[in-house]
Design a binder for this molecule. Structure first.
Ligand code: FMN
Length: 202
């Protein structure tokens, strides 16, 4: 598939068919991910591929429990509705045929003194985001669909890290759902036009 077709075709998909994702294809996606640029080439990423349905159901249960608790303490109905939506938005990795947990490790600095206290975490997240983009585009090029979700980590980072055996300094950034869409995607969420988000100097 032409690169620009791949970029246009990638969509965040949250409902999947049961069709499995071939192991070789997952390896190809991971090979694309590790070619991403990273700050001082630290490659601060780890990927945990999870096909085990029982494990993913357990993770979903943990997230739903946390979201329920947050909903119970939410002040108004609108916020409760938004939080209820976050259940699907944070757990579609459990119903996809495969999921990938994405971990990061704070930037060490490669001999450079960190210029700001936020740099270790910021640079780790930026680097990992690039790897996730590579992975998602590779998935699209191979005919699969995917969705990256930070929700699982936002709601239940510590609980999920414990389930997955994540050890410091590594931390969970999010989950990628992987598979083939159960139905055609809705219209793409609107994008701000290039003219609005860009400025040319010179
Ligand atoms: C940093 C980041 C966090 C995201 N978190 C979630 C999430 O928690 N749940 C979810 O379903 N989608 C999540 N998404 C996907 C976005 O909702 C999606 O990319 C956006 O709505 C644009 O739609 P598109 O990817 O189909 O073009 C996330 C995307 C990014 C880049």
């Amino acid at each position: 598939m032409d690169f620009f077709d791949t970029v246009r075709k990638r969509r965040s998909i949250r409902h999947y068919s049961d069709e499995p994702v071939a192991q070789d294809d997952i390896l190809t996606m991971l090979e694309a991910a590790i070619l991403a640029p990273s700050a001082t080439n630290e490659q601060p990423w780890r990927f945990i591929v999870i096909r085990d349905k029982g494990l993913r159901e357990g993770m979903r249960h943990v997230i739903n429990t946390v979201v329920e608790t947050v909903i119970a303490s939410a002040g108004n109905e609108l916020r409760q509705k938004r939080l209820a939506d976050m259940k699907l938005y944070s757990t579609h990795f459990a119903t996809a045929p495969a999921a990938i947990a994405v971990l990061a490790r704070p930037w060490v600095g490669g001999g450079y003194a960190p210029p700001a206290s936020s740099a270790p975490r910021d640079l780790a997240l930026l680097s990992v985001a690039m790897a996730v983009a590579h992975l998602q585009l590779a998935a699209t090029a191979l005919g699969y669909n995917s969705c990256f979700a930070s929700g699982p980590a936002e709601f239940a980072r510590e609980e999920l890290e414990a389930i997955l055996g994540v050890e410091q300094p590594w931390f969970l950034v999010g989950m990628i759902s992987l598979g083939r869409a159960a139905k055609p995607p809705r219209e793409r969420p609107a994008r701000k036009p290039v003219a609005e988000v860009s400025r040319f100097i010179g």
